[in-house]
Ligand binder design. Structure first.
Ligand SMILES: Nc1ncnc2c1ncn2[C@@H]1O[C@H](COP(=O)(O)OP(=O)(O)OP(=O)(O)O)[C@@H](O)[C@H]1O
Length: 261
């Protein structure tokens, strides 16, 4: 079942067409990757889905409802959470506080009831705290609960970003280059974490990633962009042997063995 659909999506920056007439469906509960050479339009594609950019043409539907012209915070409220290529954490807040900020966006009790210490709100806060502990445990951050986010290793900061995105209990998790800057051990850990999130939370995950080993290992389905256009889609095996994809990565005349796909 398609949970997110884009039709004829176009985004221009002046004379440059960053995303050019892309049609695609993302299936519920699957891990999809969006790949393509530098400047292919991947982040622009994410920025349209999350409402940061308004498409110049085309349609984006979340569970059959248009989200074009809907503000980013409303799209987040509809269940689309994301992480960014450049880590965006509250650096001077603790690991636990970073996740609690995410939790508070979907708690029912308002500020007044919270200040009055109403019983229902206290219970809700307690549950949120337990959920936060569980998330941080699942992401291997339980030893760092009270450390400032700034003091974490790069890999741990990326995992904290994922924890914070999951704290809003999204339907779809968008990860923009989650393995960027990670060493091979951290990337391997991340691979396991992404798999577990999909299995245990039945999450739909869409990731942009340059690490082809990671992409080929965890993706159910891959969308390939080049110069803003969709040039291929399919399973990792199909994408690996697709001549158009190999050409996009290495230029005309390239052979499969030459590409780390
Ligand atoms: N705000 C902007 N203003 C002008 N041009 C932009 C803007 N954002 C992106 N572009 C251009 O649009 C094209 C697509 O960029 P985008 O960042 O979406 O590609 P990408 O596939 O994510 O690349 P990378 O893998 O290097 O992150 C590039 O040529 C880029 O320079």
């Amino acid at each position: 079942m398609a949970v997110l659909r884009v039709r004829n999506l176009v985004k221009r920056f002046g004379g440059l067409v960053a995303v050019n007439g892309v049609h695609h469906e993302f299936q519920k509960g699957k891990i999809s990757a969006v790949i393509g050479p530098n400047g292919a339009g991947k982040t622009t594609f994410f920025n349209m889905i999350t409402g940061i950019y308004t498409p110049d043409e085309g349609e984006i539907e979340l569970e059959d409802q248009s989200i074009v012209n809907v503000k980013p915070d409303r799209i987040a409220g509809k269940g689309v959470a994301r992480t960014f290529q450049n880590i965006r954490l509250f650096g001077n807040m603790t690991v636990l506080e970073n996740v609690m900020v995410g939790m508070h966006t979907h708690l029912q009790g308002g500020l007044l009831s919270s200040l009055l210490g109403l019983a229902g709100v206290r219970r809700e806060e307690q549950t949120a705290m337990e959920d936060a502990y569980q998330l941080l445990h699942d992401l291997g951050l339980e030893a760092h609960l009270n450390e400032n986010a700034n003091n974490l290793s790069y890999g741990a900061q990326r995992r904290l970003e994922i924890a914070r995105a999951l704290a809003v209990k999204p339907k779809i998790l968008l990860l923009d280059e989650p393995a960027c800057g990670m060493n091979p051990r951290e990337t391997l850990e991340l691979t396991g974490i992404i798999r577990r999130i999909r299995q245990e939370l039945d999450m739909t995950i869409i990731l942009i990633e340059h690490d082809m080993k990671l992409v080929m290992e965890i993706s159910d389905h891959i969308l390939v962009l080049d110069h803003g256009e969709k040039i291929a889609e399919g399973t990792p095996a199909m994408i690996r042997s697709n001549p158009r994809v190999i050409e996009a990565y290495l230029g005309k005349g390239a052979r499969r063995q030459e590409v780390a796909l």
